[in-house]
Design a protein around this ligand. Structure first.
Ligand SMILES: O=C(O)c1cc(C(=O)O)c2c(n1)C(=O)C(=O)c1cc(C(=O)O)[nH]c1-2
Length: 228
């Protein structure tokens, strides 16, 4: 494979930014400050299911990956979310975001707000990682290439438009500003090194496409579940 082959592959992956969920009407409303308290709470409660499922998705990738070098780096994603002794992880930070928007943590854990469409979309992502070749599952994580811009926009929007949410509640997004680029860079390295044939590259692109659909479907369900 020539380097121009890799370049056009990376360009095709990056072009999926056009299908990223930052363009979803619900995120547009969020970033324009047009969501009410109930809608913000609905988003936080439903997105918790994504947050709590991510480590299980990453554990499935670890289980399917035969390469120690990849596993050694990938495992960090699980501790980033689950935390370690003395250091809280992303799940705890999201529970605090929940409290900052007025949701007791019990209400996130017991899934009382979880919408069926969100459950189906997130479960589809975990099942994808369990059942597809591990490199495709890595490719599906590449939406994280596009996440940092959205995260920065979200922090600014929350500070500007939703002053009733304590700034400490936004720690999750601040941490992701550092974590997402590191994770995306590693995933891109794994995928470009291993997807050399046109067929392998097409399957990686399809995996990323599938993931854009997962994220879009999550927001479709939330948008419908919490109308204006
Ligand atoms: O809030 C967001 O818009 C957003 C998007 C994404 C993403 O693009 O998949 C992730 C996250 N957040 C996130 O917090 C996160 O931990 C994460 C892990 C992954 C993944 O696919 O492995 N995506 C994302």
């Amino acid at each position: 494979m020539t380097s121009s082959g890799t370049e056009s592959f990376v360009a095709a992956l990056r072009a999926h930014s056009q299908r990223y969920h930052d363009r979803h009407p619900f995120h547009v409303k969020m970033n324009e400050g047009r969501l009410n308290r109930r809608q913000i709470q609905g988003w936080v409660a439903n997105r918790f299911y994504y947050q709590e499922s991510i480590p299980r998705k990453d554990a499935a990738i670890l289980a399917n990956c035969p390469e120690p070098d990849v596993r050694r780096r990938w495992i960090r994603r699980i501790t980033d979310h689950d935390g370690t002794a003395g250091q809280e992880g992303g799940i705890e930070a999201w529970l605090r975001l929940g409290e900052a928007v007025g949701l007791p943590r019990k209400e996130l854990w017991d899934q009382r707000h979880l919408l069926p469409g969100v459950r189906f979309a997130v479960d589809a992502y975990v099942n994808f990682a369990r059942t597809r070749p591990w490199v495709e599952a890595v490719a599906s994580s590449l939406t994280e290439l596009f996440a940092p811009d959205l995260m920065a926009e979200r922090i600014a929007a929350f500070e500007r438009s939703y002053p009733w949410i304590e700034s400490d509640g936004l720690a999750y997004f601040r941490a992701r500003l550092q974590q997402a680029p590191r994770d995306a860079e590693h995933a891109l390295e794994v995928v470009t090194e291993r997807c050399r044939s046109i067929g392998e590259q097409e399957r990686a692109i399809q995996a990323l496409s599938f993931k854009c659909d997962v994220l879009w479907s999550v927001l479709d369900a939330i948008d419908r579940g919490y109308p204006d």
